[in-house]
Design a protein around this ligand. Structure first.
Ligand code: PLP
Length: 436
């Protein structure tokens, strides 16, 4: 195992990081909501890795569906129609918002967003501008990182894609407009109408319905319907990036269901295969689909619509249904939220607890003025923030928690039960003392 660690450390990269402080833990197996390292140590996965292992580990039905596909047809180029593609599409049509009827399959959330942007520009030509929020993450390649509003993720500025215009997010805990909800009258959303009219040539607006990596920002209930209405009234495409929020994470198939809105394009990945195999999906409305009957769909990959990835989709959907996970998430989510709010009572360093379903943030603050513990710059420079240290301590105690510079993301596999939630909360209770 020491050899494995050495070879991984010396010849592969830890992404988004300087390499010097990297000490990879070698993981050998997993089951349910737990994974195990090479010393036999057991870890509770309290974040579903990067909010993606939605069904937990070792689901036999999903594994068997993938194995069966491997036995039948491993690859065929995407201009052929594999049977598994029909099966996956049929399953998707059942759970996607009803207006989304045409799908492009790739292998990651990043690629799903690249396709969304390119297709928006093809469809809305000559309009080309894309509106995206400051606090957002949409992926790591050229277009998707340009959409990503968090400048600390760019690194290659100014070589980013032109035509991206930013707008502020509904981050009420630290309102970018220094206003208070509800007296603000959702100025952050209304401002988008002004931006679209001033900018002209806006093809699309892209948002994470609930901002994920940048701190699980749940918008006020009127926000998304208003933003959607503004896009509609201005004839701008509305893209919902549901890479993190889709697939039961918030107690609905997709977060847009919370507000009953129909995006023109929805991108997703992670939970679509519960991460048993790589998958990305860009779902389009009927009008966009029909447009390409007579226009070139100028996009594609070798691994697009890969049969082995597609095999996971119907199997995973079956499992979400069989295990009644949408209801389970609502019940467990309420319990998890209650337990997290109890932690807030006990720790003065917890500034905010927010979330929905099994998707929560614990935002830690230095003082009464809600000063954050650090920024992505600290993280990337290899200067761990207090929150990084808290996460590391939790890991030492056998609980994995994904974190930003000033917040912890609590998003366990959707199959988690109360006892497992209690275990995670107990560990958080111990390690958060570090910040108090
Ligand atoms: N969009 C959102 C909202 C995400 O959270 C992520 C990844 O965390 C991405 C896009 C990029 O997805 P991937 O890492 O699969 O490329």
């Amino acid at each position: 195992m020491d050899d494995d660690k050495k070879i991984i450390r010396e010849h592969t990269f830890k992404t988004w990081s300087k390499q010097s402080s990297w000490e990879p833990i070698i993981v050998t197996s997993s089951r349910g909501v737990y994974f195990y390292d090479s010393n036999g140590k057991k870890y509770l996965d309290f974040s579903s890795q990067f909010v993606n292992v939605n069904l937990g580990y070792g689901n036999e039905r999903v594994i068997n569906a993938i194995k069966e596909q491997l036995d039948t047809l491993q690859y065929i180029n995407p201009s052929f129609g594999a049977v598994v593609r029909a099966k996956a599409t049929k399953a998707l049509l059942e759970v996607m918002p009803k207006n989304l009827t045409k799908f492009f399959f790739s292998t990651s959330g990043t690629e799903a967003n690249e396709a969304a942007v390119k297709v928006s520009r093809l469809y809305k030509k000559p309009s080309y501008k894309i509106l995206a929020r400051y606090r957002s993450y949409h992926g790591s390649t050229e277009a998707s990182i340009s959409l990503t509003g968090d400048y600390r993720r760019w690194f290659v500025e100014p070589n980013t894609m032109p035509g991206v215009v930013r707008f502020p997010e509904p981050y009420c805990f630290r309102c970018p407009l220094k206003l208070k909800y509800p007296e603000c009258n959702l100025a952050c959303a209304n401002y988008v109408d002004y931006i679209i009219k001033q900018e002209k040539n806006v093809a699309a607006i892209i948002v994470e319905p609930i901002t994920g990596t940048n701190g699980v920002i749940v918008p006020p209930k009127e926000y998304m319907p208003l933003l959607w209405k503004i896009a509609k009234e201005n004839d701008v495409l509305f893209i919902a990036d549901e890479v993190m929020t889709g697939w039961g994470r918030v107690g609905e198939w997709f977060a847009v269901n919370l507000w009953n809105i129909q995006p023109d394009i929805l991108t997703t990945a992670k939970g679509a295969s519960a991460s048993y195999v790589p998958i990305g999906i860009t779902a389009f409305n009927k009008e966009i689909g029909e447009f390409f009957e007579d226009h070139i769909f100028a996009h594609g990959h070798t691994f697009e619509a890969h049969p082995v990835s597609l095999a996971a989709i119907p199997a995973v959907i079956e499992e979400y249904k069989r295990l009644n996970l949408l209801s389970h998430v609502k019940v467990m989510g309420e319990y998890l939220g209650k337990r997290l709010l109890e932690l807030k009572e006990r720790h003065k360093s917890i500034g905010d607890i927010r979330g929905i379903g099994l998707f929560w943030a614990v935002e830690l603050v230095k003082d009464k003025n809600n000063t954050p513990f650090g920024d992505y710059e600290d993280k990337y420079e290899g200067k761990p923030t207090v929150v990084d240290i808290i996460s590391k301590k939790a890991l030492e105690k056998g609980v994995y928690v994904y974190n930003g510079p000033s917040w912890l993301i609590i998003s366990p596999p959707l199959i988690i039960n109360k006892e497992e939630i209690d275990q995670g909360i107990e560990t958080l209770d111990e390690v958060i003392k570090e910040a108090d």
